[in-house]
Design a protein around this ligand. Sequence first.
Ligand code: 5GW
Ligand code: MN
Length: 301
Amino acid sequence: MGKCELSHADMKLENAGDKGLNFGSRADVQTCAYWGAPIIWDGMFNPEVYDRTHKRDHTSVALTVFAVGRYLDVYLKDFLLSAERHFMVGFPVTYYVFTDVPEKIPALKLASGRELKSMPVKRHSRWQDVSMMRMRSISDAIDSHIHHNHPYVFCMDVDQVFAGRFGTEALGESVGLLHAHFYHSFKRLRTYDRNPESQAYMADSEGDFYYHAAVFGGSWQRVKHITDTCYRTIMEDKNNSVEALWHDESHLNKYFWQHKPSKLLSPEYCWDNSIGYRSDIHITRLLWQEKQYKRLRGTGS
Ligand code: 5GW
Ligand code: MN
């Protein structure tokens, strides 16, 4: 455990408040990545210490979420209501809702200091494009709005609900989330893109963690770099008529392989209840909603 704290300091990966992390409090899981970044599990931190540090720093957070087409009707309200109860409670938060149907955004009374901005986006006919255009739109919103107001940004899928504290302990310079389906699996089973034609290609010898694109974040500067880089590699693929295995997620995994995140979130921060009981999941802070692909995408996949 001392080793993690040491290399952590050496590598200047420090995120506000991380000094008090207890890396030894969870003997059942890996709490530190080999490059020194903490992996946040329940029990490792004192929430009050983080909140105090971030109150002192007047931290505010932008949360970007896409609710295009029927995803708005099905998921947005529950996502926002649950975020009001669990996401960065007590801190200023602006929800940036990217949608093609702004008139359908539910009118919710938000806690003081919190607001919602609707951001217009076009509807794309191919679903792969919806998912990939997010990178471009987030980058544009950082330029036009976010960088004036918010040191930190989180970017999330809308098809999930908060179920427990998702607080300031999750903030960092660049933050990736361990995918609930792969955090235990052998490396060779992690579904990186293996097509050498794709910019997201990773060789068999490459890869460490597998990150879930449903949650990523960091300082606005780093999120700008993440989204710009992923958008560029996605467009290069497009020009070469290739598409990475898991679309934007493959590109995000390549990015985090090349630019290690300063903080990793355990799957407690985005759990899929259909996996069933796991003794190392002590709390579920964000939960996958049921997939309704047939209904939402009008296709079978
Ligand atoms: C539509 C058809 C296929 C795939 C995605 C969409 C879609 C995604 C959409 O029509 N509207 C929309 O707002 N999205 C946004 O992209 C949502 O925020 C959604 O959570 C996110 C990623 O798409 P998901 O959640 O369907 O992808 P997976 O990887 O969770 O299955
Ligand atoms: Mn999703």
